[in-house]
Design a protein around this ligand. Sequence first.
Ligand SMILES: C[S@@+](CC[C@H](N)C(=O)[O-])C[C@H]1O[C@@H](n2cnc3c(N)ncnc32)[C@H](O)[C@@H]1O
Length: 288
Amino acid sequence: MLNKRPLIADNAGTMTMLSDCPAPAKAAPSLTDEVVFDYWQNKAAESGDRPDVTIRDTHYLDLEIGKICTHLTPSDRVLDVGCGTGITTGRFARHCAEVVGVDFSPNMIAIARDRLATEPPDVRGKVRFECGDARRLDFPDRTFSRVISQRCLINIPDRWEQAQAVHEYARVLAPGGLLLLSEVTLQGHERVNHFRRQFGLSRLKVHWHNTYLDEPAFLADIAPVFKPVDTIRFGTYGFISKVILPLLCAPDEPSFDHPLNAVARQIAEKMPDIEGCIHHALFVLRRR
Ligand SMILES: C[S@@+](CC[C@H](N)C(=O)[O-])C[C@H]1O[C@@H](n2cnc3c(N)ncnc32)[C@H](O)[C@@H]1O
């Protein structure tokens, strides 16, 4: 069983580590479940079904979805936790038998259901969406053969509860099933900033509503239930998108839909990693 203990110093410790970030113009609201919930509810209400509602870098998302799909088989029953507007859920449905998308934001689920109505009948028949919280999943033990969770944990402000959610993923997974967990880590964030510093680029900021994972502590906490199979870092994409592209566009900020990001995605499909130069990591974990 998991013991309740801090997985990393604490939120204050994290801020100290990132102290060379420029001070934010306004103080961020203190990070609670309610604040993060409101953030996603509002985001869905404001942006509707735009493809970049849940992640601005859709070229990166495509790369990640492609990699996740290589771990799906036609007989898989899949749970997509933190499914947002369901864009990813529909893509996964094309590679498996059934997918349930779960999100704690009713506004996100409403958009996902509307979007589903526009999918071809064979995809529609495999997908359903439900409101629910990653930490308290409303499914019996061992229901799924795959659980996919993309950037959901970083929206849980408490590090103990992040690990608790992963233990819920373990509960609903059949033994031997795979968890495909894509998150942002403190270490990845530091690595990409290390490269940016070498080229005189400013530090990337931590999104105010996110709590990035401390990778070694996190992996140690979930070790009783998950065995690591692979970690994919997409560092080639990160190097082109977060170092070369900003240098090319300086002093302007590059846009996420710049054509070089499309090229970066193509290159990264063949050459995945340059020095882990990205804040994202896709963990492939097997249920013990
Ligand atoms: C960064 S978005 C990712 C959406 C989608 N997986 C993707 O990759 O485009 C995070 C999503 O997780 C949802 N979320 C955050 N905390 C959650 C929780 N505790 N339980 C369920 N969903 C949650 C948010 O509402 C949001 O839709």
